[in-house]
Design a protein around this ligand. Sequence first.
Ligand code: F6P
Length: 360
Amino acid sequence: MGDYKRIGILTSGGDCAGLNAVIRAVVHRAIGTYSWEVIGIRQATQGLMVDPPQATQLSIEKVDPLLIAGGTVLGTTNKGDPFAFPMPDGTLCDRSAEIIAGYHTLQLDALVGIGGDGSMAILRKLAQQGGLNLVGIPKTIDNDVGITEHSIGFDTAVNTATEALDRLHFTAASHSRVMILEVMGRDAGHIAITAGIAGGADVILIPEIPYTIANVCEKIRERQSQGKNYSLVIVSEAVRTEDGQTISFMKELKQKHWGGIGDYVAEQISLSSGAETRVTVLGHVQRGGTPSPLDRLVASAFGVAAVDLIAEEKYDHIVTWQNRQIVSIPIADAIAQYRSVDPKGTLVKTARGLGIYLGD
Ligand code: F6P
C-alpha cells in the first residue's frame, strides 16, 4: 500500500454542491485503504497563512454523513490572491511564503486542492515555489475547466436552473408573459445552454454567441403566431448588451461580479415587442443545496482517484473525466485550455435543431 502519508485537503474558490462528497471520498480512500492521516485545511489557502495553521484532523466517522451535504465543511474563499493579498491597510502583500510554511508546519506529505482554473493556477504556483506535492480536483458550476467533461457542482447547478424553467413555464403561460431567467457562468454559457435545452427554453443567450434583440423578438412573435402565448428566455450572466457592454459591478478587492443582463434583456424585449416581461435571477441558489446523483458520483470518483495519484506520487496532476473514465493530466495542461461553449458543438446544433433562438 505504499509509504505512510499525512495529506492535507482544501477547497478553494466559490463553493458548489458536491465539495463535501469529495472530502468524504478522499478521507475514505486515504484512511480506509491506505491507513494515512488526512488534515482538513480551513478557508482554502488562508488556513495555511496563519500560525498555527487552521486545520483539523478528519476521520471517516466525521465525514461519512457528508455525501449529501451542500457547501464545504472546510470553508472556502474566492477572494485574496495569496501572491497579492489585500491587507487591512489597503496594500497588497505576497503571502505565499506563509502558506508554504503552513504546509510544512503541518508536516504534510501531499495536498489535495479542490478548485476551478483560477484556484488551480494559484495552488500550482505555490506548489512549485515551495515544493508542495499537489494533486488537483476540478470543481466549478461554470464547467469551464479545460479538458474535463465534468467539474463538480455543474450538474447540480444545471438541475436547479432546469427546475426553475420547469416552474416558469406554468406562470408564464398563465399570464401570457415572456419570462427571463438569468443564470450564472462567469465567462462561459454552459449552464445556460444545458439547462435551456433541458428546460425547453425558446431563447438561449450565451456569451460565446452574439445575438440581436430584434431576432429574440422575432422568435417571440413567431411563437405568438403559432398560438403560443408565452416564451422562456434563459440568459447567462456574462452575456453583453447588444452593443457589447458588460453589465457587472465591482466589489471591494476589485472582484468583478456579473449581474443585471436579465433586466436589460427584459426591458429591450418589452420596448421592441410590447410583450410583458418578468425576470428571475437565480444567483447562488445554483451553488447551494444537495448535490445531484451525478455530482455525488463524480465527486466520489475524483476523490478516490486523487488519493491514488498521491499513492503513486504522481504529483502536479489533476483528475479529469473523459469518455466515462477518470484520466489524470498535468495541472498545467488543464488550466492552459479554457473550456467555453463550442459554437460549432453538439449542444449548439441541438438547440438550433429544436428551433431555439441562440443568437446569430
Ligand atoms: O465561478 C463560480 C461563480 O458562481 C460564477 O458563476 C459567478 O459569476 C461567481 O462565482 C459568483 O461569485 P461570488 O460567490 O463571489 O458572488
